[in-house]
Design a protein around this ligand. Structure first.
Ligand code: ADP
Ligand code: MG
Ligand code: MG
Length: 883
């Protein structure tokens, strides 16, 4: 078996498509090399070695050693250097790299190959002995920490001791002699800790590092990360060994990171940071302030430190050219790492860059406009759920801003909440319904659960590429990072800024768009839906087959939904209209009546109100279809329950308190979800359905007189199990339509249909379709009744079910395609067999869930209906489902 793939010098044995075998980093290093982009030579040990390692008691395949040795010889030939050579030593980095970039894996080890024998040669080549000795002691510290498990704090202590003894304050004060002492003490420290000396043989060093990378695949952090992100352990990681290049060989050397476009805004301009005379992680470590890459970015930010374009114009030009080439080649925004060694540019990594939802949208639309990708690809690249972030509030520019601190605008959007200082606390408080802001000095992968729970994240240390910033952007959570003037005291649980101290629980607002932190809660603005957003939505609309409607009963919701592109109302829940203060009395009167006459009298009071509601909705929807569901919940829900409530209502209504209590008790049910509700109410009290039908038809006549508001109302009967039930109610509706038509002299067009939300209805859909002109799948109830799980009581065990892998997803969030979905498919098929043009839609919560929308496309529903804020998400998801 071939376990090792080389790259460098304009060729490679691997390529980008071999990501599964070579990991993301290795595959892209090979690809860049193939493209003729300068990449330090090296090789990748495949993920199959990792799999073999764990399948065989943590041992390597027999022929791996020979293949690694051969690859090292190949590197030696390309670089003119040799492992352990005391004139021209080969130094390498050892880098892990799984298929998907994965925190929790072993940190990269740089400068491997340095030893007592090779360090002086490095000094001579660089013309700088201090630099070589400093590199060596860093290597001992890093290797010991990462590979040998001797914590870096041990080494920091030693260094402090030596500096104190010599009265030095800065690392740069140390002369070669001092560094030699540091190195000596470091080696002694390792030997004392481990009982054996620090490895001097580069072959020992390299095998130690390779073992550590594969070992880290099963460390706790990596396992947790994979579990949280659903990544299989079987993937394994690859190991990349690559010749070192030095960004820290003086002032003509540098190292940096860049995005080919702005990852926050999507703007088409090179975006990134670099440091002169620095190595590896120095840029992200936040020890020195990195400089801008382009003059334009520097000028826009108003800083003085010159840009790369200004200090190294030649290298910059080559770098900018490579970025363009990479973007064209990968047809996506790239996130790259580079190093300049004495004026010579080297690329160390490229990958598709993580970006905010806003940037993703702009990049996709721009690239389609540039002709780099198709509109279909642009649509496919946007995660529908991420649009949510663009629909969220930003701070009202006219609001008063009491700025209490500022940092970097690490992830856009704004949120207010109570400050907390640990991830656990954030999770606990959010669980109790609090909105929290997670405040940390910096974050690490251990904080992920708290970051998920928080409305926003604030850190006092770290840049745009810090952990907090990267993770927050990925989650779409507002984040301000590196707010250096804010002091966090974990012990006292306080945050101090500008002379003020904020206790845990104090309310602040984090504005991730500007980087500011504000005192208290601040007014927010609704987002802009034109521009790139509008364009992408237009493309999506042209591609999708299914219509997108909204679930709405208030005029405000209906208007929002129309703004978001809703093409009708798929579900108007009339009971919501009954709860309003001026109506609930009439509703209660109706319920309390012993006679039909009494009920009709009360209903007569409700009629004009309902008619007004419907007329307004019809006008807003301007001729778009509107589905109105007849009263669904059990009547008990409308009555007062506690003694105090009963007493008050009895007084207001002028009825006897005891009578009210009796009626309330008599209506109480053991299991209201399966009780006297839905069409069962219309069967027992047809006058309720009649009043609602009359209100609907009269409103239609009224609205029809206004321009553009002509509607064909769809009257929907809930919770039907048998055709006979539906027929009984339908007769009343039809009779009412006729009556209104006669009263008004206007011919009324309308449809009568039913919810399919009981398994029996799904199975008998062929029969029911003889009477129903449309079906709307009420997948909330259908999920409840199919699983026999009450949604309101599921919270106590659904989590456990998911942990134990019984449920992959919460079936109330994502439609259970196998079970509930089969009922939907059966009903659709049987319904269509009876009535080929029957209109099919979904109005459960699932109508706004992208995965469920894919299912709806598969069974050929005519539309999905969801809450107003999910409408854009559904439009995009429906387009993706149709692709
Ligand atoms: P990560 O996956 O955490 O980004 P990398 O393997 O990319 O880790 O290494 C981190 C940094 O180390 C790189 O961005 C680069 O600056 C530096 N580095 C890695 N390999 C080399 C090398 N061969 N020469 C110079 N610098 C290197
Ligand atoms: Mg990297
Ligand atoms: Mg229902």
């Amino acid at each position: 078996t071939k376990w090792v793939y080389t790259f460098g010098d304009g060729t490679a044995e691997g390529a980008a498509e071999m990501r599964n075998l070579l990991g993301g980093k290795g595959a892209n290093l090979a690809e860049m090399s193939n493209l003729g982009i300068p990449v330090p030579p090296g090789f990748t040990i495949t993920t199959e070695v990792c799999t073999h390692y764990y399948a065989n008691d943590r041992t390597f395949p027999d022929d791996l050693k020979d293949q690694v040795t051969a690859a090292l010889e190949h590197m030696a030939k390309l670089t003119g250097r040799d492992f352990g050579d005391d004139k021209r030593p080969l130094l390498v980095s050892v880098r892990s790299g799984a298929r998907a970039s994965m925190p929790g894996m072993m940190d990269t080890v740089l400068n491997l190959g340095l030893s007592d024998a090779t360090v002086e040669a490095l000094g001579e080549e660089a013309g700088d002995r201090r630099f070589a000795l400093d590199s060596y002691r860093r290597f001992i510290q890093m290797y010991s920490d990462v590979v040998l498990g001797v914590g870096h704090e041990n080494f920091e202590e030693v260094l402090e001791e030596i500096k104190d003894a010599r009265n030095y304050t800065l690392d740069t004060d140390l002369d070669p002699d001092a560094w030699l002492e540091v190195i000596d003490r470091y080696k002694k420290l390792v030997e004392a800790e481990l009982g054996k000396p620090f490895p001097q043989d580069p072959m020992d060093q390299i095998w130690g590092a390779i073992g550590a990378v594969f070992g880290s695949w099963m460390n706790q952090r990596a396992i947790t990360y994979r579990r949280l992100h659903n990544l299989p352990a079987a993937w394994g990681t690859a190991v990349n060994i690559q010749a070192m290049v030095f960004g820290n060989m003086g002032d003509s050397s540098a190292t940096g990171v860049a995005f080919t476009r702005n990852p926050s805004t999507g703007e088409n301009a090179l975006y990134g940071e670099f440091l002169v005379n620095a190595q590896g992680e120095d840029v992200v470590a936040g020890i020195r302030t990195p400089q801008h890459l382009t003059r334009a970015a520097r000028e826009a930010s108003g800083v003085d430190a010159p840009a790369l374009e200004e200090v190294m114009p030649e290298a910059f030009k080559e770098f900018a050219g490579i970025c363009t080439k990479l973007e064209k080649h990968y047809r996506d925004m790239q996130d790259v790492e580079f190093t300049i060694e004495r004026g010579k540019l080297w690329m160390l990594q490229t990958r598709n860059g993580k970006r905010t939802a806003k940037a993703a949208l702009k990049v996709a639309v721009d690239m389609a406009d540039e002709g780099m990708i198709t509109k279909e690809e642009a649509i496919g690249r946007i995660e529908p759920g991420s649009l949510d972030q663009l629909l969220h509030p930003t701070i009202d520019p006219n609001a008063e801003r009491h700025v209490i601190g500022s940092g970097l605008p690490a992830s856009p959007g704004a949120a207010s909440g109570e400050i907390v200082f640990t991830a656990d606390e954030a999770e606990a408080m959010a669980g109790k319904g609090h909105k929290v802001i997670l405040v940390r000095v910096e974050t690490s992968p251990e904080d992920i659960h708290g970051m998920h729970a928080a409305e926003a994240i604030l850190t006092t240390r770290g840049g745009m590429t810090s952990h907090a910033a990267v993770v927050a952007r990925g989650m779409g959570t507002p984040c301000v990072s590196g707010a250096g003037a804010i002091r966090v005291d974990y012990v006292k649980q306080t945050m101090t800024s500008a002379g003020r101290t904020f206790q845990k629980g104090a309310i602040v607002t984090v504005d991730g768009t500007t980087g500011e932190v504000l005192d208290g809660e601040v007014p927010m603005l609704q987002p802009e839906l034109s521009g790139d957003f509008g364009k992408l939505m237009e493309w999506a609309d042209a591609l999708r087959r299914m219509k997108v409607r909204t679930n709405a009963e208030t005029p405000a919701d209906a208007r929002t939904a129309v703004n978001f592109g809703a093409e009708g109302i798929g579900l108007c829940r009339t009971e919501h209209m009954f709860f309003e203060a001026d109506r609930i009395i009439a509703v209660r009167e109706m319920i309390l009546s012993d006679t039909e006459e009494g009920r009709r009298a009360a209903l007569a009071k409700l009629l004009p109100m309902q008619r007004g509601d419907f007329a307004e909705l019809f006008e807003i929807m301007h001729g778009l279809p509107v589905t109105i569901r007849l009263l669904d919940p059990p009547l008990h829900e409308f009555l007062p329950h506690t003694d105090a409530e009963i007493a008050e209502v009895a007084k207001v209504m002028g009825v006897d308190r005891e009578k009210l209590r009796e009626r309330s008790e008599s209506l109480a049910e053991f299991n209201p979800m399966l009780g006297h509700r839905g069409c069962r109410l219309a069967v027992s009290y047809p006058e309720i359905a009649e009043m609602q039908a009359r209100a609907i038809f009269e409103a239609a006549v009224e609205a029809g007189k206004k321009a553009g508001a002509h509607v064909i109302p769809e009257v929907m009967v809930p919770l039907v199990a048998t055709k006979a039930e539906l027929d009984l109610v339908k007769d009343r509706i039809d009779a009412m339509a006729k009556a209104v038509s006669e009263d008004t002299g206007v011919e009324i067009q309308y449809h009568v249909g039913t919810m399919i939300e009981l398994p029996r209805a799904a199975l008998r859909a062929g029969d029911i379709a003889n009477s129903a002109e449309f079906f709307s799948f009420g997948t909330n109830d259908l999920t409840q009744t199919t699983f026999g799980i009450s949604r309101d009581d599921a919270a106590s065990f659904i989590g456990t079910y998911q942990q134990k892998g019984i449920f992959e997803q919460d079936p109330f969030v994502t439609l259970d395609a196998e079970g509930v979905g089969e009922l939907v498919a059966i009903a659709a098929e049987r319904g269509r067999a009876t009535r080929p043009d029957i209109k099919l839609g979904i109005c459960g919560e699932h109508g706004g869930d992208p995965a469920s929308i894919h299912f709806c496309e598969k069974v050929g529903l005519n539309y999905v209906s969801c809450s107003p804020f999910r409408v854009p998400i559904a439009r995009l998801a429906a387009a993706q489902a149709a692709l």
